[in-house]
Design a binder for this molecule. Structure first.
Ligand code: ADE
Ligand code: ZN
Length: 329
């Protein structure tokens, strides 16, 4: 078999997927019709044509517009089910999924509605071969007070869905919104025993990765690719084995790198950093997990050994309990 066939056939974990970023254009239009939501795009094709991003913000504007069709529990179920189909097709056997409650709460959708719909699909997914965890992300372009209020609103859910909702994260517009802004809400989550992750060093500087580690005390860093600019930071990541959830196709679409050949994943791997490969927002960036592996292996000429190391990193960096890990590997 070719390397691509081996990649496709290997069981994999995905640790960086925004469930709202799995909304395919067709599903966005179906849900808009179902809910009577008016989109500012005339057709599916017109929407797809708008997927020409110049940076993170140009993507986020469209991503939040797409998520505006989600209103009912059933909408969240439909969206999550569609992702499960795609994940299983790629032999993803474990997924740790982000969701952005604040973007839904702004439209009057309760956080419990979102979680109930996502959970119903994920519980069914378990029967079909996909284990999963859910991570609540705070939107960093909003205030600290908004994040704290969201955390408060989520408190009962951390009990009800303790088996699924195991952590908090930080996403949205990175520049100008350093991790330090969210130190207090992360301290509360840490005191509660939740897992902690944050997007850092995607567009933002290496200092934001230091902040995520030192102030938020994250268990993993999402993206983190700009760590390469700071050799001491790369050494720190390698020594601590704090994993990076890298999203190669995302990085090209959002112009973090001009070209996949310029991607620094292979260098980070060579320096001992626990890098993983993930899809981020697959409906927007041109592919699910396997496509991310294929594009990276191809452009960077990864060896079979390197590919298997990355796949193993995905399981090792996951937040499954020791008992769950036994069942997975
Ligand atoms: N929200 C969804 N995808 C994101 C990304 N790549 N960076 C920051 N926030 C996001
Ligand atoms: Zn992301």
């Amino acid at each position: 078999p070719t390397l691509a066939e081996k990649i496709a056939g290997a069981p994999k974990a995905e640790l960086h997927i925004h469930i709202e970023g799995s909304l395919e254009p067709e599903v966005i239009f179906d849900l808009a019709r179902r809910n009577g939501v008016k989109l500012s795009y005339e057709s599916i094709d017109a929407l797809k044509k708008a997927y020409e991003f110049t940076d993170l913000q140009s993507f986020l504007d469209i991503y939040y517009a797409g998520a505006s069709v989600l209103l009912t529990e059933d909408d969240f179920y439909t969206m999550t089910n569609a992702y499960i189909e795609r994940a299983l097709a790629d032999n993803v056997v474990h997924a740790e999924i982000f969701f952005d409650p604040q973007t839904h709460m702004e439209r009057g959708v309760a956080i419990s509605t979102a979680v109930a719909g996502i959970e119903r699909a994920l519980a069914e997914g378990e029967q079909r071969g996909l284990t999963s965890k859910l991570i609540l992300c705070f939107l960093r372009h909003l205030s600290e007070a908004d994040a704290l209020a969201t955390y408060e609103a989520a408190l009962p859910l951390f009990d009800t869905y303790a088996h699924r909702l195991i952590g908090v994260g930080l996403d949205s517009s990175e520049r100008g919104h350093p991790p330090s802004k969210f130190e207090r809400v992360f301290a509360l989550a840490r005191a509660r025993g939740l897992k902690l992750v944050a997007h850092a060093g995607e567009e933002g500087p290496p200092s934001y990765i230091h902040e995520a580690l030192d102030l938020l005390r994250v268990d993993r860093v999402d993206h983190g690719v700009r760590s390469i600019e700071d050799p001491a930071l790369v050494a720190r990541l390698a020594d601590s084995r704090v994993a990076l959830t890298v999203c190669p196709l995302s990085n090209i679409k959002l112009r973090v790198f001009d070209d996949m050949k310029q991607h620094t994943l292979k260098q980070l791997l060579a320096q001992g950093v626990a890098v993983t490969v993930n899809s981020d927002d697959p409906a927007y960036f041109g592919g699910y997990v396997n496509a991310n592996y294929f594009a990276t292996a191809d452009a960077l000429d990864l060896s079979e050994q390197e590919v298997y190391t990355i796949i193993r990193n995905g399981f090792e960096a996951s937040f499954v309990t020791p008992a769950e890990r036994q069942a997975l590997i």
